[in-house]
Ligand binder design. Structure first.
Ligand code: ZN
Length: 251
């Protein structure tokens, strides 16, 4: 597990990405945008593979470009750490296809990723602090997680494929989807960059965020990318056509 040393590495500009799901077109476009922003470190919250047609390329790109990646539930199933027994049939078929496609090296890379980590003064998880596969959709879900933050004030999470954030202030949790926020000292934050490769907030644009550790500033970014090409590859691979269709709607 990689941990930054607090004294030497403070106040960096991070790009935080999540839920790429084998979508190389979306990942490539996202990294182009990140490269234009002078980012110090890229962090991935997991689900590099599953659903999309380019699992190996996405694993190799994350390995090459990201300072740290977590393992997601699809990554765990694709590399054989878990069996996809709780997946719906469409997701299960896709993850078993991914398992067959992954090279030995890429399978091993996924097997060795951590499920959560601390970076500088914030926490990162795939789904939730209480369990890596738990979905945080509602203020109630978020309240329980935010109470687990203790001395930290911010946690970044993925898994739902829905960008936005929850704020705990004076025992009340609110949910926001505006594109910018500043971390305030008297509140705690649970922040989701959304999904690079399979957004589900009815906006098909790739989603990620920048986090400026010095100014405590978070900026969400949505990007057009080559959806038709990603869809064509899914169909050419013989994967379920609904996996291609949903990319066009952001569902
Ligand atoms: Zn996912």
């Amino acid at each position: 597990m990689l941990r930054f040393r607090r004294k030497t590495v403070l106040a960096m500009l991070y790009a935080i990405i999540s839920d790429i799901h084998g979508n190389l077109e979306a990942l490539t476009r996202t990294l182009e945008e990140i490269d234009g922003a002078g980012v110090d470190k890229i962090i991935c919250l997991g689900d590099i593979v599953g659903y999309g047609a380019n699992p190996n390329e996405c694993v190799e790109t994350v390995q090459d470009r990201c300072e740290l990646s977590l393992v997601g539930n699809h990554d765990s199933a694709a590399c054989g750490t878990t069996e996809p027994t709780s997946f719906n049939p469409m997701a299960r078929d896709a993850v078993l296809w991914t398992r067959r496609m992954l090279t030995e090296e890429n399978t091993q890379y996924l097997q060795n990723l951590p499920s959560s980590s601390e970076v500088e003064n914030f926490l990162i998880v795939h789904g939730a602090i209480s369990h890596p596969d738990r979905y945080v959709h509602t203020p109630y879900d978020a309240y329980n997680e935010l109470k687990l933050l203790e001395e930290k004030d911010t946690c970044f999470f993925g898994h739902t494929h829905v960008m936005g954030y929850f704020v705990l202030k004076e025992e009340k949790v609110d949910n926001f989807t505006d594109l910018e926020l500043y971390i305030e000292p008297d509140a705690k934050y649970f922040i989701n960059p959304g999904s690079v490769g399979q957004p589900r907030d009815r906006n098909p644009k790739a989603s990620f965020l920048f986090f400026d550790g010095e100014n405590k500033h978070v900026k969400f970014v949505r990007l057009d990318y080559d959806i038709p090409n990603a869809q064509r590859k899914i169909l050419d691979a013989g994967l379920d056509q609904r996996l291609a269709t949903r990319l066009g709607y952001g569902i």
